[in-house]
Design a protein around this ligand. Sequence first.
Ligand code: ZN
Length: 245
Amino acid sequence: MMTGDYRAQQLELQLPHQIDDALTEKSIIYIPLGAIEYHGLHLPIGLDSLTSHGLCLRTAKQVGGLVMPPLYYGMTGSIGHHPWTILVEDEAEFNALIRTTLNRLEDFNVEQAVIFTGHFGRRQLAALDLLQEEWRMENHTMKLTCLSMNRCAEAELKGDHGALFETSLLAQLHPDLVQLDRLPDINQHPAADPDGDSWGIHRRDPDNVLFGILGDDPRAYDPLQGAKLLETLLDWLVSEVNSST
Ligand SMILES: [Zn+2]
Protein backbone atom coordinates (compact mmCIF):
# COMPACT_ATOMS: atom_id res chain seq x y z
CA MET A 1 0.00 0.00 0.00
CA MET A 2 1.13 3.51 -0.76
CA THR A 3 1.71 5.66 2.22
CA GLY A 4 3.47 8.94 2.58
CA ASP A 5 3.32 12.50 3.66
CA TYR A 6 1.86 14.85 1.10
CA ARG A 7 1.66 18.03 3.15
CA ALA A 8 4.34 19.63 0.96
CA GLN A 9 2.02 19.20 -2.04
CA GLN A 10 -1.03 20.79 -0.38
CA LEU A 11 -1.34 24.37 -1.61
CA GLU A 12 -3.42 25.51 1.37
CA LEU A 13 -0.62 24.62 3.79
CA GLN A 14 2.10 26.60 2.01
CA LEU A 15 3.51 30.01 2.84
CA PRO A 16 4.05 32.37 -0.10
CA HIS A 17 7.80 31.67 -0.33
CA GLN A 18 7.10 27.92 -0.38
CA ILE A 19 4.61 28.36 -3.23
CA ASP A 20 7.19 30.39 -5.17
CA ASP A 21 9.82 27.69 -4.65
CA ALA A 22 7.52 24.85 -5.68
CA LEU A 23 6.21 26.64 -8.79
CA THR A 24 9.70 27.74 -9.86
CA GLU A 25 10.53 24.04 -9.87
CA LYS A 26 7.34 23.10 -11.76
CA SER A 27 4.57 25.56 -12.53
CA ILE A 28 1.51 23.31 -12.26
CA ILE A 29 -1.54 23.68 -10.03
CA TYR A 30 -3.86 20.68 -9.72
CA ILE A 31 -7.56 21.28 -9.05
CA PRO A 32 -9.22 18.11 -7.72
CA LEU A 33 -13.00 17.97 -8.17
CA GLY A 34 -15.56 15.78 -6.46
CA ALA A 35 -19.11 15.87 -5.12
CA ILE A 36 -21.13 15.41 -1.96
CA GLU A 37 -23.04 12.23 -2.59
CA TYR A 38 -24.44 9.18 -0.87
CA HIS A 39 -22.19 6.25 -1.80
CA GLY A 40 -23.83 3.42 0.15
CA LEU A 41 -23.64 2.56 3.85
CA HIS A 42 -19.95 1.65 3.68
CA LEU A 43 -18.41 4.85 2.25
CA PRO A 44 -18.13 8.55 3.16
CA ILE A 45 -20.16 11.09 1.20
CA GLY A 46 -17.06 13.04 0.10
CA LEU A 47 -15.49 10.07 -1.65
CA ASP A 48 -15.09 11.66 -5.09
CA SER A 49 -12.99 14.51 -3.70
CA LEU A 50 -11.01 12.25 -1.40
CA THR A 51 -9.95 10.08 -4.33
CA SER A 52 -9.21 12.93 -6.76
CA HIS A 53 -7.26 14.81 -4.07
CA GLY A 54 -5.31 11.67 -3.12
CA LEU A 55 -4.31 11.01 -6.71
CA CYS A 56 -3.38 14.64 -7.39
CA LEU A 57 -1.15 14.74 -4.29
CA ARG A 58 0.67 11.60 -5.36
CA THR A 59 1.04 12.89 -8.92
CA ALA A 60 2.39 16.24 -7.68
CA LYS A 61 4.92 14.44 -5.54
CA GLN A 62 6.25 12.70 -8.67
CA VAL A 63 5.83 15.40 -11.30
CA GLY A 64 6.00 18.58 -9.22
CA GLY A 65 3.49 21.34 -8.68
CA LEU A 66 0.94 22.01 -5.94
CA VAL A 67 -2.60 20.79 -5.29
CA MET A 68 -5.58 23.02 -4.51
CA PRO A 69 -7.99 21.91 -1.78
CA PRO A 70 -10.63 19.78 -3.51
CA LEU A 71 -13.86 21.37 -4.67
CA TYR A 72 -16.55 19.27 -3.02
CA TYR A 73 -19.36 20.64 -5.20
CA GLY A 74 -20.13 18.71 -8.35
CA MET A 75 -22.83 18.73 -10.99
CA THR A 76 -26.09 16.81 -10.64
CA GLY A 77 -26.74 13.42 -12.13
CA SER A 78 -29.51 10.89 -11.81
CA ILE A 79 -29.14 10.33 -8.07
CA GLY A 80 -29.71 13.85 -6.83
CA HIS A 81 -32.53 12.74 -4.51
CA HIS A 82 -30.44 10.21 -2.53
CA PRO A 83 -29.67 10.97 1.14
CA TRP A 84 -26.75 13.28 1.94
CA THR A 85 -26.41 14.23 -1.69
CA ILE A 86 -25.88 17.92 -2.39
CA LEU A 87 -25.16 18.65 -6.03
CA VAL A 88 -25.11 21.79 -8.13
CA GLU A 89 -28.08 21.95 -10.52
CA ASP A 90 -27.08 25.03 -12.47
CA GLU A 91 -24.07 24.61 -14.73
CA ALA A 92 -23.40 28.38 -14.53
CA GLU A 93 -22.78 28.09 -10.76
CA PHE A 94 -20.28 25.32 -11.27
CA ASN A 95 -18.52 27.07 -14.15
CA ALA A 96 -18.30 30.33 -12.21
CA LEU A 97 -16.33 28.71 -9.40
CA ILE A 98 -13.96 26.98 -11.78
CA ARG A 99 -13.52 30.05 -13.98
CA THR A 100 -12.77 32.28 -10.97
CA THR A 101 -10.14 29.81 -9.85
CA LEU A 102 -8.53 29.52 -13.28
CA ASN A 103 -8.50 33.26 -13.87
CA ARG A 104 -6.80 33.94 -10.55
CA LEU A 105 -4.22 31.21 -11.13
CA GLU A 106 -3.45 32.79 -14.49
CA ASP A 107 -3.06 36.19 -12.77
CA PHE A 108 -0.35 34.56 -10.62
CA ASN A 109 1.47 33.42 -13.79
CA VAL A 110 0.85 29.73 -13.23
CA GLU A 111 1.84 27.99 -16.45
CA GLN A 112 -0.49 25.03 -16.27
CA ALA A 113 -3.67 24.03 -14.46
CA VAL A 114 -4.76 20.41 -14.27
CA ILE A 115 -8.39 19.80 -13.37
CA PHE A 116 -8.88 16.22 -12.24
CA THR A 117 -12.39 15.07 -11.43
CA GLY A 118 -13.30 12.12 -9.23
CA HIS A 119 -16.99 12.82 -9.90
CA PHE A 120 -17.72 11.71 -13.43
CA GLY A 121 -21.44 12.07 -13.94
CA ARG A 122 -22.36 12.86 -17.52
CA ARG A 123 -23.15 16.54 -16.88
CA GLN A 124 -19.91 17.11 -14.98
CA LEU A 125 -17.86 15.61 -17.80
CA ALA A 126 -19.73 17.55 -20.48
CA ALA A 127 -19.17 20.81 -18.58
CA LEU A 128 -15.45 20.11 -18.24
CA ASP A 129 -15.00 19.07 -21.86
CA LEU A 130 -16.67 22.28 -22.98
CA LEU A 131 -14.61 24.36 -20.57
CA GLN A 132 -11.37 22.89 -21.87
CA GLU A 133 -12.39 23.54 -25.47
CA GLU A 134 -13.40 27.13 -24.70
CA TRP A 135 -10.27 27.81 -22.67
CA ARG A 136 -8.09 26.68 -25.55
CA MET A 137 -9.95 28.88 -28.02
CA GLU A 138 -9.58 31.91 -25.75
CA ASN A 139 -5.78 31.91 -26.07
CA HIS A 140 -4.81 32.05 -22.42
CA THR A 141 -1.23 32.17 -21.21
CA MET A 142 -2.01 29.35 -18.76
CA LYS A 143 -2.57 25.91 -20.23
CA LEU A 144 -5.54 23.90 -19.03
CA THR A 145 -5.85 20.13 -19.00
CA CYS A 146 -9.08 18.46 -17.82
CA LEU A 147 -8.88 14.80 -16.84
CA SER A 148 -11.40 12.41 -15.33
CA MET A 149 -10.92 9.40 -13.05
CA ASN A 150 -13.07 7.16 -15.26
CA ARG A 151 -11.09 7.80 -18.46
CA CYS A 152 -8.06 5.68 -17.67
CA ALA A 153 -8.26 3.00 -20.34
CA GLU A 154 -5.68 0.79 -18.62
CA ALA A 155 -7.63 0.45 -15.35
CA GLU A 156 -8.83 -3.10 -14.80
CA LEU A 157 -11.97 -1.89 -13.03
CA LYS A 158 -14.54 0.38 -14.66
CA GLY A 159 -15.45 3.66 -12.95
CA ASP A 160 -18.61 3.24 -10.86
CA HIS A 161 -20.57 4.77 -8.01
CA GLY A 162 -19.79 3.41 -4.54
CA ALA A 163 -19.19 -0.02 -6.08
CA LEU A 164 -16.01 -2.05 -6.57
CA PHE A 165 -13.96 0.67 -8.31
CA GLU A 166 -14.58 3.51 -5.86
CA THR A 167 -14.51 1.24 -2.82
CA SER A 168 -11.18 -0.30 -3.87
CA LEU A 169 -9.59 3.06 -4.59
CA LEU A 170 -10.66 4.73 -1.36
CA ALA A 171 -9.64 1.63 0.62
CA GLN A 172 -6.11 2.17 -0.71
CA LEU A 173 -6.01 5.91 -0.04
CA HIS A 174 -7.97 6.03 3.23
CA PRO A 175 -8.44 2.50 4.61
CA ASP A 176 -9.99 3.88 7.80
CA LEU A 177 -12.86 5.46 5.83
CA VAL A 178 -14.16 2.25 4.25
CA GLN A 179 -16.45 0.11 6.41
CA LEU A 180 -17.59 -2.85 4.34
CA ASP A 181 -19.14 -4.51 7.39
CA ARG A 182 -21.80 -1.78 7.35
CA LEU A 183 -23.28 -3.60 4.34
CA PRO A 184 -25.33 -6.76 4.91
CA ASP A 185 -23.47 -10.07 4.81
CA ILE A 186 -22.93 -11.10 1.19
CA ASN A 187 -23.84 -14.76 1.78
CA GLN A 188 -27.13 -14.01 3.47
CA HIS A 189 -27.97 -11.04 1.26
CA PRO A 190 -26.35 -11.42 -2.16
CA ALA A 191 -26.87 -8.70 -4.78
CA ALA A 192 -30.17 -9.29 -6.58
CA ASP A 193 -29.61 -7.77 -10.01
CA PRO A 194 -32.22 -8.52 -12.70
CA ASP A 195 -30.36 -9.84 -15.78
CA GLY A 196 -27.10 -9.25 -13.91
CA ASP A 197 -27.46 -5.50 -14.47
CA SER A 198 -25.62 -3.83 -11.56
CA TRP A 199 -26.51 -0.33 -12.80
CA GLY A 200 -30.28 -0.79 -12.95
CA ILE A 201 -33.04 1.31 -11.41
CA HIS A 202 -33.48 -1.34 -8.65
CA ARG A 203 -30.29 -0.02 -7.01
CA ARG A 204 -32.13 3.26 -6.39
CA ASP A 205 -34.69 1.46 -4.26
CA PRO A 206 -33.93 2.12 -0.56
CA ASP A 207 -34.96 -1.49 0.20
CA ASN A 208 -32.31 -2.91 -2.14
CA VAL A 209 -29.37 -4.50 -0.34
CA LEU A 210 -27.00 -2.32 -2.42
CA PHE A 211 -29.09 0.86 -2.38
CA GLY A 212 -27.29 3.86 -3.85
CA ILE A 213 -24.45 1.75 -5.24
CA LEU A 214 -24.07 1.48 -9.02
CA GLY A 215 -21.68 -1.13 -10.36
CA ASP A 216 -20.11 -4.40 -9.22
CA ASP A 217 -20.74 -5.55 -5.64
CA PRO A 218 -18.18 -3.75 -3.42
CA ARG A 219 -18.23 -6.68 -0.98
CA ALA A 220 -15.98 -8.45 -3.51
CA TYR A 221 -13.21 -5.99 -2.56
CA ASP A 222 -9.74 -7.49 -2.95
CA PRO A 223 -6.82 -5.48 -1.50
CA LEU A 224 -4.41 -6.72 -4.18
CA GLN A 225 -6.76 -5.63 -6.96
CA GLY A 226 -7.18 -2.31 -5.13
CA ALA A 227 -3.44 -1.74 -4.92
CA LYS A 228 -3.10 -2.49 -8.63
CA LEU A 229 -5.92 -0.07 -9.44
CA LEU A 230 -4.27 2.75 -7.52
CA GLU A 231 -0.93 2.06 -9.18
CA THR A 232 -2.49 1.98 -12.67
CA LEU A 233 -4.44 5.21 -12.11
CA LEU A 234 -1.40 6.99 -10.71
CA ASP A 235 0.88 5.90 -13.57
CA TRP A 236 -1.77 7.07 -16.04
CA LEU A 237 -2.27 10.45 -14.38
CA VAL A 238 1.49 11.07 -14.15
CA SER A 239 1.92 10.28 -17.82
CA GLU A 240 -1.09 12.41 -18.86
CA VAL A 241 0.28 15.38 -16.93
CA ASN A 242 3.82 14.88 -18.23
CA SER A 243 2.65 14.66 -21.81
CA SER A 244 0.52 17.78 -21.53
CA THR A 245 3.27 20.09 -20.23
ZN1 ZN B 1 -18.36 8.69 -6.44
